[in-house]
Design a protein around this ligand. Sequence first.
Ligand code: UDP
Length: 311
Amino acid sequence: MRVVIAGGAGFLGSHLTDLHVERGDEIVVLDDFTTGTRENVAHLEGNPQVTIVAVDVSAEVPVTGTVDRVYNLASPASPPAYLERPLETLAVGSEGTRRLLELADANGARFVMASTSEIYGDPTVHPQVESYRGNVDPIGPRSVYDEAKRFSESITAAFNRSRGTNVGIARIFNTYGPRLAAGDGRVVSNFIVQALTGESLTIYGDGSQTRSLCFVSDLVAGLLALGDSDTLGPVNLGNPDERTVGEIAEAILRLTGSSSSLVYQPLPTDDPTRRCPDITRARSVLGWEPKVVTEDGLTITINHFRELLSA
Ligand code: UDP
């Protein structure tokens, strides 16, 4: 198979690229390297299966030859990263998605859209089922990400309806693991780096808001299963092991053996108060569910950051 992975040098994209390399596929990675990194794909340099193209897919998608599958993971994904790049985030979610859909459609390829649990906003339905339509402030600061992803779902479904393009939509919940960038700003990377360097763990708000953390190997296995299927979805991909942010901090302190203290900081605007996937559909349609226990995944991630910090 010849597979195009937009955002293939990012946290999730690079792990997905690895899965397709293992399957013997040919992969074209498209990444503008604003949040994706050369380090994430350094182990693939010189691999004849992989071509890496530095490009902003909201401006162009320079892929020639036949294509069997297109994944769209091109977007800043951590709140600090997309809040720093509001217009770029909107552009890649809209124009970038349209260009990648055109590529898939022209090739009769399967298109997989990496959407997000953020489309549910601050949810009034819990846990979140795919039929829930969400609670997003369309002009709030987070809307640049939420609405870009909502638009990307809309245009993906419209290509399917109007042109018969073979598409699937994944709604990805909080994911963690090796290759999360240390300065990325997400809760797991922040807390682990703070715990390992003896800094205080920064809890936003009172730490009672919840997230459900999925280990990266489980998540990309779900994306691959969606790619291999012919379902449109949308399909929630995440681990329903819901924890408060305070509990996540405690677990990381315990697993690192750190004596860092906790410091409370203001809650970001529109920070969702709770989030947990209902994965009934993923189980039944894809035969997928997460396997990695949160404590085990955190231990692997802590070891990754230990190595990174000592280097
Ligand atoms: N958070 C926190 N301290 C941090 C980073 C994040 O308390 O240093 C909180 C954040 O306010 C949110 C949750 O952890 O409630 C998850 O944040 P993250 O940025 O990882 O992802 P989100 O789910 O908000 O997109």
